[in-house]
Write a protein that binds this ligand. Structure first.
Ligand code: AMP
Ligand code: ZN
Length: 486
C-alpha cells in the first residue's frame, strides 16, 4: 500500500517495522465539549485506514489518548486549560466534564461506525510515564526548569521542524493576540513538559512530581501514552492537519530525544472539514454535531459516505446541499442492494469476485483513495454477474467502508415487505346490501380502493362507471363500501 507520509512529504510504500503487528497511534479528543463533525472526519478517515490494513491481513494495535488535562486554549501552551473552561461553562467538575464528553465522543463514533481503538487511555492515568520521560530529558539536557515549569529546549535539536517548510516567523504561535508571551522560554518554540506554576488558581487536577505539584503539558501525553502501550517504535501516527504543528512536531522532538532514535515511520494527517466561512472549530462556537445531523433527519452514515467521497488529503467543504446529495446517494445505494435477489444455494463466482476486489484494492492502495473505492462499489452493482457474487463483494468492501450496507439493505427489504403486507391486510369491508356474494364485483371494488389509494382517481371513477353500467350502485362507508343491484 502506498501512503503519503507528511514527515517525508512523499508517497511511500507502507512497510511496518514488524509485519505481524502494525502499531498505530491516534491523537484523541480534548473532552471539554462535543466533537464536531470536522473532528470526526479525522477519526473517520483514520478508521478507514485501520480497517483497510486489517482487510489486507495485518494485525493492528491502535492506541488513542483522551485529553482530559493540559490542553490549553492556545496549542502553544498559553491560555487556560480547556477542561477548566468546559467545567466552568457547565458548572460541573473537570472529571464530570471529562466523563460526559468522553462518552458522548464514543457514542458519536458508534453512530458513524468508527471502531473503538484497542487501547483508549485518558491522559490523567499516565502521569508516571510522563514523569519518567521528562526526568530523562532533564538528565540529558534536553529540558530545563524555569519560572516553575519544565520546558523542552528546541535549540538542542538539529532539526526541529518536520512537517512544514514554514519560516520561523509564521510559526511563532506563542505570540498570539490575547495571550501573553511566556518569558521563561529560552527559545520561542520551546514548550512546556510540566506545569507547576499554574496561572489559574483553580487548576483542578494536580500531581506530585520531582519539579513540584503540577500537571503535564499536552504534547507529552501523546508521547507517553504511545510509548507505554506501543513501545519505542511506532508505525503510523495520525491526526488532523492542525496537529502537525506544534503538537506532532513537539511529540517527535521529545520522543526522539528521549529514545535516542527515530520514533515513528509514517505520519498521516487528515485535512480539515471547512464551512463556507472557514475551518470548523470548537473554539469558534459554531460547529455541527452528529446529534444535530440526526435531529435534522440525516442518517449519520450519510455523513460517513460524504467523507468517503473525497480524499483525506483535500480540505472538504461542508454544506447542507452536499450532505443532502450524500444522503440521497446513500438511500439509492441501499435500495439497489436491497433489490438484489440471491439464488439460494449458489456460491460466489471466484473470478468475478477477484476482479472486483482488484479495483477496490487498487483504489485504497493508492494513498487510501476512498472516493475511487466507493466507485468500485458502484461498479459491483453494475457488474455482469449474479447477485450472490455481488453481495459477497459488497460485504467485503463494507468491512472497510463501514456503511452498514448489507444490514441496511436487509432492514429495507423487511420494512418494504411489512408495508406491503400491511396494505394487503388493511381491512376493507365489502357489504352487499342484499347479502349476495359476487367475486367479480368484489375484485372490482378492491381495484377501485387501490386506485384511490394511489390517487389514481380517473381509474377509480372508471371502475365506478363500469359497475354502474352493470347496475351496481355504490355507497362509500368508513373502512369499506356498500353495494346493491338496482
Ligand atoms: P481536539 O479535540 O481539538 O483535540 O481535536 C481532535 C482531532 O480533530 C484532532 O486530530 C484535530 O486535528 C482534528 N480536527 C480539528 N478540527 C478539525 C476540522 N475542522 N476538520 C478535521 N479535523 C479536525
Ligand atoms: Zn496527540
Amino acid at each position: 500500500m502506498i501512503l503519503y507520509n507528511s514527515a517525508s512529504r512523499k508517497r511511500e510504500e507502507f512497510i511496518p517495522n514488524d509485519p505481524s503487528l502494525v502499531k498505530m497511534y491516534t491523537c484523541g479528543p480534548t473532552v471539554y465539549h462535543y466533537a464536531h463533525i470536522g473532528n470526526l472526519r479525522s477519526y473517520l478517515m483514520e478508521d478507514v485506514l485501520e480497517k483497510y490494513l486489517r482487510y489486507l491481513g495485518y494485525n493492528v494495535k491502535r492506541v488513542m489518548n483522551i485529553t482530559d488535562v493540559g490542553h490549553l486554549t492556545s496549542d502553544a501552551d498559553e491560555g487556560e486549560d480547556k477542561m477548566l473552561k468546559g467545567a466552568r461553562r457547565e458548572h460541573k467538575s473537570v472529571l464530570e466534564i471529562a466523563r460526559f464528553y468522553t462518552d458522548a465522543f464514543f457514542e458519536d463514533c458508534r453512530k458513524l461506525n468508527i471502531k473503538r481503538p484497542d487501547v483508549v487511555s485518558p491522559a490523567t492515568e499516565n502521569i508516571d510515564e510522563y514523569i519518567k520521560i521528562i526526568q530523562k530529558l532533564m538528565d540529558t539536557g534536553y529540558a530545563y526548569f524555569a519560572g516553575g515549569n519544565v520546558y523542552f529546549d528546541t535549540s538542542k535539536l538539529e532539526k526541529y521542524y518536520i512537517f512544514n517548510d514554514f519560516n520561523e516567523e509564521d510559526l511563532a504561535v506563542g505570540v498570539r493576540e490575547g495571550v501573553e508571551e511566556d518569558t521563561n522560554k529560552r527559545n520561542k518554540n520551546d514548550f512546556v513538559l510540566w506545569f507547576t506554576k499554574s496561572k489559574f488558581e483553580d487548576q483542578a487536577l494536580k500531581w506530585d512530581s520531582p519539579w513540584g505539584v503540577g500537571y503535564p503539558g499536552w504534547h507529552i501525553e501523546c508521547s507517553g501514552i504511545s510509548m507505554r502501550y506501543l513501545g519505542e517504535d511506532l508505525d503510523i501516527h495520525c491526526g488532523g492537519i492542525d496537529n502537525a504543528f506544534p503538537h506532532h512536531t513537539n511529540e517527535i522532538a521529545q520522543s526522539e530525544s528521549y529514545l535516542g532514535h527515530k520514533w515513528c515511520n509514517y505520519w498521516m494527517h487528515v485535512l480539515h472539514l471547512n464551512t463556507t466561512s472557514g475551518k470548523m472549530s470548537k473554539s469558534s462556537g459554531e460547529f455541527l454535531t452528529v446529534s444535530l445531523l440526526e435531529e435534522k433527519g440525516y442518517d449519520p452514515l450519510a455523513y460517513r459516505l460524504f467523507c468517503l467521497q473525497s480524499h483525506y488529503r483535500k480540505a472538504l467543504v461542508f454544506s447542507w446541499e452536499n450532505l443532502d446529495n450524500a444522503q440521497g446517494a446513500y438511500r439509492k445505494l441501499i435500495a439497489k442492494i436491497a433489490a438484489l435477489q440471491p439464488a439460494e444455494g449458489q456460491t460466489p463466482d471466484g473470478n468475478a469476485l477477484e476482479a472486483m476486489r482488484e479495483k477496490f484494492r487498487t483504489a485504497l492502495d493508492n494513498d487510501l483513495n476512498t472516493s475511487l473505492a466507493v466507485t468500485a462499489l458502484y461498479d459491483v452493482l453494475k457488474a455482469k454477474t449474479d447477485a450472490v457474487t455481488k453481495l459477497a463483494a459488497i460485504g467485503e468492501f463494507d468491512s472497510v467502508l463501514g456503511l452498514d450496507l448489507l444490514k441496511k439493505a436487509e432492514e429495507k427489504r423487511r420494512s418494504d415487505q411489512k408495508a406491503a403486507q400491511a396494505a394487503a391486510q388493511t381491512e376493507f369491508a365489502i357489504i352487499a346490501e342484499d347479502g349476495a356474494e359476487d367475486a367479480e364485483i368484489s375484485a372490482l371494488l378492491l381495484a377501485r380502493r387501490d386506485a384511490k389509494k394511489a390517487k389514481n382517481f380517473v381509474e377509480a371513477d372508471r371502475i365506478r362507471d363500469e359497475l354502474g353500467a352493470r347496475g351496481v350502485e355504490l355507497t362509500d362507508i368508513p373502512g369499506g363500501v356498500k353495494w346493491k343491484k338496482v
